[in-house]
Design a protein around this ligand. Structure first.
Ligand SMILES: NC(=O)c1ccc[n+]([C@@H]2O[C@H](COP(=O)([O-])OP(=O)(O)OC[C@H]3O[C@@H](n4cnc5c(N)ncnc54)[C@H](O)[C@@H]3O)[C@@H](O)[C@H]2O)c1
Length: 425
């Protein structure tokens, strides 16, 4: 017999109930999802502002920009002076000069690609306190001072390239010739370093070696030149894992004895974190650079501001993919912090991030300096209006700070029906 599938009015009401469940209004003040309207013309400032409101990774990009700006603008004077504070730390004027200690980390390929120029800008303007990178990043910055890296293709065949003496990094090409030039430049410097170690008792560490390479290259295009000039320490505990390692091996065959002490460097980076009043970390890519910075931040009680940018996922248990919350469990990020991870390929977002943070910071300071003596009333009025607008925008953005906890609170509150049901039982 055929089944009767007739739907009664009562059935229909039940189905509607299944599909629509409760119809409560959300009574949490949440930001609204909205993108840019191109009917208003093409205004990159406004397009950038909308990233925060678009959802998915673009919201994470917006949040990362906010987080980096917090690192850049924080001053000790933002915090109340503890009653028992003594010496210069009790002086409000001195407190205005104490900044957040910012750790910047990036994988070697960030130097292979054009993001090198963005990183150079940050270092040139002395906007971070310490850098961690891997060996490839050290050598390729120097190599680019002699010869360029070229565009290729992700699909170029390895055997054909090998025959031509070309090496591939993704869709970039570095000719073997570039490594030969680097070798010719580096070997005499290694000779001088060995001599100084033997004769003057210099104790070399990877960071001291990178400082020396920055001074020797003496080229304003180089990230390490600016790091040396601004005395920004560059830590690279695995500096030997790349061409520099090959050179050290070849060099040591005829000139044995050069030592690089990684212990002195790990002590230095940990001390920097422990002594900081506020800690921020910007980590581009994963692996060594990510863990080394996170671990140093543990020594200071955890990072207060954190931004991760990487493509790695957490379900394989890798450190590269570990979420910021995993770092909270280890004490590497402070439990009160609001860390951000952008899941994406870094070259896509770094120009936008630098434009909205470091570059704006530098250019605003330059402008401020220029305007110090110009007091035009009109301009002031306009500025006030703009400040009001910015204040309004900041208030709107503040809603993002507590989305998760407000929603958890909201979702855990019982609605009327649930309360009635409980009372009946
Ligand atoms: N140009 C080079 O990449 C190069 C050159 C010479 C030697 N090496 C050596 O290779 C070793 C491994 O390199 P590494 O530790 O610098 O990092 P890696 O290239 O192994 O990357 C580590 C992780 O970072 C993330 N990541 C990398 N590139 C990214 C990107 N563009 N966008 C978003 N996420 C990204 C990925 O999750 C990746 O698994 C190092 O010891 C390094 O010295 C690298």
């Amino acid at each position: 017999m055929e089944k009767d599938n007739t739907i009664t009015k009562k059935d229909h009401e039940k189905i509607l109930e299944f599909v629509l469940t409760k119809k409560d209004e959300i009574n949490v003040d949440l930001p609204i999802v909205k993108g840019y309207d191109f009917n208003k013309g093409i205004d990159f400032e406004k397009i950038m502002k909308k990233y925060l409101y678009q959802g998915f990774q673009s919201t994470n990009l917006g949040l990362a920009i906010k987080e980096i700006n917090k690192m850049l603008h924080w001053r000790l004077s933002d915090e109340p002076i503890p009653k028992d504070e003594e010496g210069e730390l009790a002086d409000p004027e001195f407190r205005k000069t104490v900044k957040c200690t910012i750790f910047l980390g990036f994988t070697s390929n960030m130097i292979s690609s054009g993001t090198r120029e963005l990183l150079r800008f940050i270092v040139q303007h002395n906007l971070v306190s310490a850098i961690v990178t891997t060996g490839g990043g050290i050598e390729e910055d120097i190599m680019k001072c002699f010869s360029p890296t070229y565009h290729g293709d992700f699909e170029l065949k390895g055997n054909l390239m090998r025959k031509k003496g070309l090496n591939r990094i993704g869709n970039l090409i570095i000719p073997n010739k570039n490594y030969c030039e680097f070798e010719d430049w580096l070997l005499p410097i290694l000779g001088k370093m060995l001599k100084e170690q033997k004769e003057d008792g210099v104790k070399w560490t990877p960071s001291k070696m990178i400082h020396r390479l920055g001074l020797e290259i003496n080229n304003e295009e180089s990230v390490w030149y600016w790091a040396a000039k601004n005395n920004i320490p560059v830590y690279s505990p695995a500096i030997t894992d790349g061409s520099i390692g090959d050179m050290l091996y070849f060099f040591s065959y005829n000139n044995p004895g050069l030592v690089l002490d990684v212990v002195e460097d790990v002590i230095a980076i940990n001390k920097l974190s422990a002594a900081a009043h506020k800690r921020g970390m910007i980590i581009i890519g994963g692996g060594l650079v990510k863990h080394h910075i996170c671990n140093a931040n543990l020594m200071g009680g955890g990072a207060d501001f954190s931004v991760y940018i990487n493509t790695a996922i957490h379900y394989d248990g890798s450190d590269a993919g570990a979420t910021p919350d995993e770092a909270v469990s280890w004490g590497k990020i402070h439990h009160k912090a609001k860390p951000v991870k952008i899941f994406c390929e870094a070259t896509l977002v770094l120009p936008l991030i630098v434009a909205e943070t470091f570059a704006k910071y530098v250019h605003k300071q330059k402008k401020l300096l220029k305007n110090t003596n110009e007091k035009e009333e009109n301009k002031e009025n306009k500025k006030e209006n703009k400040e009001e607008k910015v204040k309004k925008e900041n208030n709107k953005e503040k809603k993002f700070d507590n989305i998760h906890s407000s929603l958890i609170d909201y979702l855990s509150t019982k609605n009327k029906e649930e309360e009635e049901e409980e009372e009946e039982n």
